[in-house]
Design a protein around this ligand. Sequence first.
Ligand SMILES: Nc1nc2c(ncn2[C@@H]2O[C@H](COP(=O)(O)OP(=O)(O)OP(=O)(O)O)[C@@H](O)[C@H]2O)c(=O)[nH]1
Ligand SMILES: [Mg+2]
Length: 381
Amino acid sequence: MAETNFVDYVKIFCRSGKGGRGSSHFRREKYMPKGGPDGGDGGDGGNIILRGNRNYWTLLHLRYQRHIFAGHGEGGRKNQSSGKKGESRIIEVPCGTVAYDAHTGEYLCDITDDGQEVVLLKGGQGGKGNVHFKSATNQAPRYSQPGEPYEERWVILELKLLADVGLVGFPNAGKSTLLSVVSAAKPKIANYPFTTLEPNLGIVSYRDDKSFVMADIPGIIEGASEGKGLGLRFLRHIERNALLLFVVPADADDIHNEYNVLLNELAQYNPELLDKSRVLAISKSDMLDDELMQEISQDLPAIPHVFISSITGYGISALKDILWRELNSEDFVHNTVLRDTLVHRNIDVKSIGLDDDEDIPDDDFDEEADEDDEDYYEEDF
Ligand SMILES: Nc1nc2c(ncn2[C@@H]2O[C@H](COP(=O)(O)OP(=O)(O)OP(=O)(O)O)[C@@H](O)[C@H]2O)c(=O)[nH]1
Ligand SMILES: [Mg+2]
């Protein structure tokens, strides 16, 4: 497939900073030969943080920055002065990003809101300086704590778009055309299958300044679950949608059957998709007359349906009414709760045959950098 700017999957290497070493310094001043311990604490290592940012729509910016290191804490100093904290690194991600451990597939966290922050890897705590270890029996402790180590991990970030309505249909069914007439989105439209290669989002305005978000994803064909066509990988973008709008063209040989095939492919991907509300739009209805519509209506699945034409505008406002009604039904309210607490399954990392170049480049990472404590003086007491 051609390179695209829509990146909804990246694998990155993250490492937090280690904690700085506590100092074992003793106070030495001209007229105070036995000044006692005054070694300060090491600084904490920096965290690796994920932060939702609504100005990002994809994970493209992380494709070229695959290794992210936080700063290490500096060692403690004399005069009880603490070492500087290591700098935390914030990874900005679009809302809807889910993080997994790349080796085990374990679900880590879900970023759904703008500004939401989750600490992915915690920096090591700085060690305590020797000033903390002074006691009645030990007035001159030479001991100070080392800093805690860093954490590191390969992480998979997956974007699952946040939309209210997801369009599901065979290629060429008229999904993108529909999105283009109900929203300001300008998806590519053409009379051949797989015109759409990446998801498009559009905001559909409804009466009185109300609106909802619709996602157009690439077409699905029978066998997609076995990898045919573009496969099912884009279905992750309708996982959060509370409502699925099935688009089947009026000239399909058997509308009911086409709907069943689509439903079956969704079930193969994730059976929970079948818990969502469903609406059926019979597209390209400008090719039908009343009599044909009557005939087709005799054999349709038992879900709300509407005949539409994106070319003439027929049925479009009825469709919006139905979608709005469904989105505001009790079921939907229930589903919204689901969307925010999307049941995250761990992913099967073996099934993802992606670039597994896991070489970690040298950063200016020096294991022993803060080990030698310049301020360490031994004194005879
Ligand atoms: N007659 C008629 N043709 C339509 C209508 N809607 C879409 N089409 C045509 O159907 C063809 C496919 O439309 P698209 O919107 O690109 O279809 P799609 O479902 O997005 O297809 P993929 O992106 O390949 O999955 C185009 O030639 C459209 O002009 C309609 O309401 N009436
Ligand atoms: Mg399309």
